[in-house]
Write a protein that binds this ligand. Structure first.
Ligand code: PEP
Ligand code: MG
Length: 295
């Protein structure tokens, strides 16, 4: 079986009836790029940028971030690299942020909420990302979105960053902008949100937690934390349809994307992309190539 999977390197992610889908990888550090390439992923669908903040004693500088993003973009040699902006808070605490202890951190001050409140931190990351965009194909993705208003604020800050870079004659490329759909609010607003961005990537880990009201970290609830719940599957279809209506491509970057018992379902729903851990790329490719969506 192992040898057979190896033979799938260089092959297309195409179903028996000719339907194609992008298969990208999720990573959490610069060194993970080696396994992305070794497993022949078509790109990086989720680069969690938290490592830069977690591994540092204080706020990572623009230069440090620029170097990390540029290295990944260059190593991927033109393939798409979707970098997610800071998603700390909740389960990922960083001392120097001096965040207050919260009763309910999963629903607290985290991710984009911190970034829109502490614009200095956000702008430093965005500047580093835009500077790095010149060296490859970078897309930027924003976590924990609940409203169109947030996306409009983000776009305003991006236009400020671009104006600053223009002013300083710093080169950058066009960058695709996307959001994670990982709150029920984002699902319900997906028709409106699709008009604002280029793509959606569904974070099924958090979406399951918030939809079922089940803490994703509580081992006592593992047996009922069910990403196959019909409520979740209905949401996935709704997001694909609303995304496509608004001209967005739509993918999954939560763990569910690698669940091969659902690969056929995802293809039939019309997903454009699945982003999975590097070790799952060939197994999902195998499933895709053995699927006939007309049956
Ligand atoms: C998710 O919530 O599904 C996701 C991909 O993000 P994270 O697991 O980093 O919260
Ligand atoms: Mg998440």
């Amino acid at each position: 079986k192992k040898r057979l999977l190896q033979e799938l390197k260089g092959k297309e992610n195409v179903t028996l009836d000719g339907k194609k889908i992008n298969l990208y990888a999720n990573i959490g550090s610069v060194s993970d790029v080696a396994s992305v390439l070794a497993n022949d992923a078509g790109g990086i669908g989720l680069f969690r940028s938290e490592f830069l903040y977690l591994e540092s004693e204080t706020y990572p500088t623009e230069e440090e971030q620029f170097k990390a993003y540029r290295t990944v973009a260059e190593n991927m040699a033109g393939k798409k690299v979707i970098i997610r902006t800071l998603d700390i808070g909740a389960d990922k605490q960083v001392g120097y942020f001096n965040l207050d202890k919260e009763e309910n951190p999963a629903m607290g001050y985290r991710a984009i909420r911190i970034c829109l409140d502490r614009k200095d931190i956000f702008k430093t990351q965005l500047r580093a990302l835009y500077r790095a965009s010149y060296y490859g194909t970078i897309s930027i993705m924003f976590p924990m979105i609940i409203s169109v208003q947030e996306v409009k604020q983000i776009k305003q800050i991006i236009s400020e960053v671009k104006a600053e870079l223009d002013e300083a004659n710093v080169p950058y490329k066009d960058v695709e902008i996307g959001i994670m759909i990982e709150t029920p609010a984002a699902v319900m607003m997906s028709e409106e949100l699709a008009k604002e961005v280029d793509f959606f990537s569904i974070g099924t880990n958090d979406l399951t937690q918030y939809t079922l009201a089940i803490d994703r970290q509580n081992p006592k609830l593992d047996n009922i934390y069910d990403s196959h719940h019909p409520a979740i599957l209905k949401m996935l279809q709704m997001v694909v349809d609303n995304g496509h209506k608004g001209g967005c491509w739509v993918g999954i970057c939560g763990e569910l994307g690698a669940d091969t018992t659902l690969t056929e379902t995802f293809l039939k729903m019309g997903f454009d992309e699945l982003s999975v851990s590097p070790s799952m790329i060939l197994r999902v490719r195998d499933r895709i190539r053995n699927t006939d969506t007309t049956k």
